[in-house]
Design a protein around this ligand. Structure first.
Ligand SMILES: [Fe+2]
Length: 263
């Protein structure tokens, strides 16, 4: 169960973000699995990762050659990007998830996936969260997109009463998250590169992308495309630049009649 259930997000103090986390609890097997995961992904990422990812990786000053200490990563992230990492064990209720991201707090799992899940894990682990997502937050534009989209989605969800309409919204926004920050592609010098964390942290997902190809990002198409986190993505969508993502926020605002000054 997630620790988050014991904490009020509005009152979380910085000192509580890594509460219960102890780097010394990782055993030899965890370190070994981490290295195997990294070796597979480093080869798979070659030629696939976007510029902002490679840049973020070097600004982070990490090659992740060994399992990283979340508290050290947390300090580096906060100093350089304003993002902080929160250790969680479990999937968060979706409103809590968006609320944390809107406050530039990134919830990260702490466990390292099992051997049988090295190419694919439907359940995000430390490797996925850290290697797949953290470097992107060094790109100010991408960082702003995650923060603003999460704020917008949170605002829409809290004003919507529970029921079928809200369930449909949650489904749409899950698909939006999946096909952007998890499985998203961006065009760079005419080539498709990945900014999605699910691709950047999985050798299997990267191969699946090469096999399936991609199509142009279209918000309505994204809302209408089902995905499951139990297998590789059925589709991939490419944006020309992160501006396309901001443009999609404007469409969402119009669609859900939001007239605030989020963006
Ligand atoms: Fe993720």
């Amino acid at each position: 169960m997630s620790r988050i259930t014991n904490l009020n997000i509005d009152e979380i103090k910085d000192s509580e973000l890594l509460q219960g986390f102890d780097f010394n609890n990782y055993d030899e097997g965890d370190h070994e699995r981490w290295k195997t995961l990294l070796a597979g992904v480093t080869t798979a990422q070659d030629g696939i990762s976007c510029n902002s990812y490679s840049k973020g990786m070097s600004l982070l000053g990490e090659n992740f050659s060994d399992l990283p200490d979340l508290s050290e990563l947390n300090n580096k992230m906060e100093q350089q990007t304003g993002w902080r990492v929160m250790a969680v064990n479990g999937i968060l209720p979706c409103e809590d998830f968006y609320k944390l991201l809107s406050r530039k707090i990134f919830p990260s799992a702490t466990f390292v996936r099992d051997w049988h899940s090295t190419a694919f894990t439907g359940y995000p682990d430390l490797f996925h969260d850290v290697v797949g997502h953290l470097p992107l937050f060094f790109d100010p534009k991408f960082s702003e997109f995650v923060q603003k989209s999460s704020q917008l989605i949170y605002n829409i969800l809290i004003k919507t009463p529970e029921g079928a309409e809200k369930e449909k919204m949650i489904q749409n926004f899950s698909r939006y998250g999946w096909f952007t920050w998890e499985a998203g592609l961006i065009k760079e010098n005419g080539e498709a590169k990945a900014y999605g964390g699910a691709i950047l942290s999985s050798s299997g997902e990267t191969q699946n992308l090469k096999d399936r190809g991609y199509e142009k990002f279209d918000l309505l198409e994204v809302f209408n495309t089902a995905y499951t986190d139990k297998e590789y993505s059925c589709k991939y969508f490419i944006v020309d630049s992160y501006d396309d993502l901001f443009a999609s926020l404007d469409i969402i605002k119009t669609q859900y009649n939001i007239q605030d000054s989020i963006h």
